[in-house]
Ligand binder design. Structure first.
Ligand code: COA
Length: 241
């Protein structure tokens, strides 16, 4: 799919939780004119977030760099109000390159794209919008010859986001402290040589069992799926074939 800034990718109707009615929406590529709408959506959602450590805010400067060519962003508008946004960096600065967490070589760092911002207004949650928007951005970026890896980081407590990334084929490769000393899974997908896993021999671990997960990851296991039971979030690990 060829994506041009401002281009409308999808139009349709969607139900909003607060009034249970269908509303017309537009899903389109964002540009610099959407900057204040994105920053407003982010601050509005951060204000109401109970666990602030689930989300690392994007700065206005980073967003401007993205609009100036470092990546792409999509947004869903209803009646000129931005309800959801998602962005991907395809020119990733060295300092924030997540592949450094896995000691990738200097050359490989240039082949990394990163999913960055992901926001859905609570009124629209449950429509898999994060998955849908991130999927469009991922499909677009994998056509670029230089891009081989898609990275992002996810909190072990952010169930919808863990579900989104594993469904996109990004597997948990590391669990560490990042950003403001927050716990994060480093997840990635290799578009050229995807990891094959021995899923016939799955090990199930609680998201909070950090030592056990770190031991598995050290022994070539990858986290590839998840579910919830009465005790909380469980992550499914399998060894690389
Ligand atoms: C993460 C986020 C983008 C996911 O939104 P989404 O695409 O609408 O999520 P999904 O449609 O996959 O939701 C799956 C289920 O989880 C629920 N859910 C989604 N986000 C939730 C949240 N923050 N808190 C509680 N439940 C949530 C949905 O209602 C849905 O429930 P259902 O199956 O009973 O309908 C959204 O929660 C959000 O904006 N969170 C704040 C910012 C953030 O954490 N961004 C991601 C950083 S990696």
């Amino acid at each position: 799919m060829k994506v041009i800034a401002g281009e409308v990718l999808e139009k349709g109707s969607i139900s909003i939780k607060s009034d249970n009615n269908q509303h017309d929406y537009i899903l389109r590529v964002l540009d610099i004119n959407d900057l204040s709408a994105v920053m407003n959506l982010q601050s509005r959602l951060i204000d109401i977030m109970e666990q602030k450590e689930l989300y690392v805010p994007i700065t206005e400067e980073e967003m401007v760099q993205l609009f100036e060519g470092a990546g792409e962003a999509l947004g869903l508008y209803i009646d000129n109000k931005l309800y959801a946004a998602c962005s991907l960096l395809s020119q990733v600065p060295y300092e924030s390159n997540m592949a450094r967490e896995l000691n990738f070589s200097e050359e490989e760092l240039f082949r990394v794209a990163q999913l960055e911002l992901s926001l859905v207004d609570p009124d629209l949650r449950g429509h898999k919008l994060q998955y849908r928007m991130a999927g469009i951005l991922a499909n677009r970026v994998r056509n670029k010859a230089e891009i081989r890896y898609l990275f992002t980081t996810v909190s072990p407590h952010n169930y919808p986001s863990i579900e989104t990334v594993t469904s996109m084929g990004l597997y948990i490769a590391k669990l560490s402290k990042m950003y403001f000393d927050w716990d994060r899974y480093v997840v990635y997908r290799d578009f050229i040589n995807p990891v094959q896993l021995d899923t016939a021999n799955t090990v199930i671990v609680a998201n909070t069992s950090f030592e056990e997960q770190q031991e598995l990851l050290k022994n070539d296991y990858r986290g590839y799926s998840q579910f919830k039971d009465q005790d909380g979030i469980k992550i499914m690990y399998a060894r690389k074939l």
